[in-house]
Design a protein around this ligand. Structure first.
Ligand SMILES: [Zn+2]
Length: 462
């Protein structure tokens, strides 16, 4: 009997547990109950699994311990940490893992940008001596104008998009991050009291040396205007921050942020390509290793970002309005078919709308919309068209039953504009949103739909 010939007994002894798991347990508890979209989103878990990855000699990245990646470079007499995770308890777990590799003191921390999921764990890496803490001079610029204005709603919207208010069983993952509870929602806002940058640079390229390691910090506006990438020339490793991760990028965040400069983002990806890295460590998801793979990955992302920008501009110049542009701007198949450009985190549609308003503001160009009816007035007129409020509600129910969840939600909105206490309309909307959530491969949309659906149901119960 050759070594590859298996008897039935061998199969039972060796493969039965795998067989049972693969074909019985796993489908029973996951895919059998899941929609195609949910299965696709869940399949991204493989990118988010917990692991300390040895990217290059003396370069390690912790994936899956916190929503964002945390990297360590081991220098001659100290460590450099690039991004620090979302909160101290995540970061402490990573410190424990890194301490298995080196017990040298942390001499430098570098923030790729000011978002809380990259900065909130910094305190865990600071021991006796204060390390150099590097960032771009405008660090934290994205949130600053909102805070100065006294705007707080983006935090609530942030909790919705991240799914922090949802029960665990409704969360799959966040598209580019595991569905980790943050130690509650407020941890998403960085605690920078003692961990603020103490070394900054203004623009261009800053060459620094920490613990015998020479690094180049490069200003690279994209996801945020304070974004940098870190280039480690000796090992040809590029730490991309959030200008690159394995999803269609979040060119617009539905929690609400100032305009993300999409054209600048594509140019930052050009800069990154020009470095010709041997490996790239994204802000989220696993590193890409190998020059060819890196070039392909970064070029595809650059092409997707540039395409959406340029096609939107083309449509705007034709006089198309945002709702029309969403139909006009479709990624070409060779990009949309790429698994790593799936819309798990960002969405093309949101980017298109954001590019429009980023350049031209809210007015779509149609004079009908210079002074639209108030929602309550429009709702009353729609009810009249339907033959009355009860008939409108009936129509909404029908749409829901026919699987037209988007229209059901829109009709429910008319009803709720007429009467915000219309309990049946709330439940129709809740069911419609749940249905939309379950058809969405986009984790942020899913989380947002489900959170609002949950709120509407709770309101109805009370
Ligand atoms: Zn991030």
């Amino acid at each position: 009997m050759g070594p590859f010939h298996l008897s039935l007994r061998d199969i039972i002894n060796n493969s039965l547990p795998i067989f049972i798991f693969t074909f019985i347990f796993y489908p029973l508890f996951t895919s059998a109950q899941e929609t195609d979209a949910e299965e696709i989103l869940r399949s991204r878990d493989v990118e988010l699994r917990k692991e300390i990855i040895n990217v290059a000699p003396n370069v390690y990245t912790a994936v899956g311990y916190s929503p964002a990646n945390v990297s360590m470079i081991v220098g001659t007499n100290g460590l450099i940490i690039i991004d620090t995770g979302m909160n101290v308890s995540h970061a402490e777990e990573i410190v424990n893992e890194f301490r298995e590799i080196s017990d040298l003191p942390v001499r430098g921390i570098i923030y790729t940008h000011g978002h809380g999921d990259h900065t909130g764990g910094a305190a865990a890496f600071i021991g006796g001596d204060m390390p150099e803490i590097w960032a771009l001079e405008n660090f934290g610029i994205e949130d600053r104008p909102l805070s100065l204005a006294g705007l707080t709603i983006q935090r609530q919207r942030g909790v919705r998009q991240a799914g922090f208010a949802l029960p665990d069983e409704l969360r799959i993952n966040n598209g580019i991050a595991p569905a980790i509870q943050p130690g509650r929602a407020d941890a998403f806002v960085a605690n920078l009291e003692n961990t603020a940058p103490n070394k900054t640079f203004v623009s261009g390229r800053e060459v620094i040396e920490i613990a015998g390691v020479e690094l180049e910090l490069v200003a690279a506006p994209g996801e945020t205007n304070d974004q940098i990438y870190v280039w480690y020339p000796t090992q040809e490793v590029l730490f991309a921050g959030d200008n690159y991760y394995k999803s269609f990028p979040n060119l617009y965040a539905i929690r609400g942020t100032p305009y993300r400069d999409v054209l600048a983002w594509s140019k930052s990806l050009d800069l990154m390509l020009d470095e010709e890295p041997a490996s790239v460590v994204p802000g989220h998801t696993r590193p890409v290793i190998g020059k060819e793979a890196v070039q392909l990955a970064l070029a595809q992302h650059r092409d997707a970002v540039r395409f959406v920008h340029d096609k939107t501009i083309e449509g705007m110049n034709l006089g198309l309005m945002p709702d029309e542009l969403v139909e006009y701007v479709q990624l070409p198949d060779e990009l949309s078919d790429e698994a790593d450009l799936g819309e798990y985190y960002g969405r093309v549609e949101w980017a298109v709308r954001s590019i429009f308003t980023g350049y031209l503001g809210w007015y779509d160009g149609n004079p009908t919309n210079l002074s639209s009816l108030y929602p309550s007035e429009e709702g009353i007129r729609m009810a009249e068209l339907a033959g009355g409020i009860d008939e409108l509600r009936e129509k909404a129910m029908e749409s829901l039953d026919e699987g037209d969840a988007q229209w059901a939600a829109q009709l429910a909105d008319y009803l709720l504009a007429i009467n915000s206490n219309d309990g049946r309309a709330k439940l129709i909307k809740a069911d419609a949103l749940t249905s939309l959530a379950r058809q969405s491969v986009n984790a942020l949309a899913r989380n947002y739909y489900l959170t609002i659906a949950d709120t509407l149901r709770q309101e109805e119960e009370n």
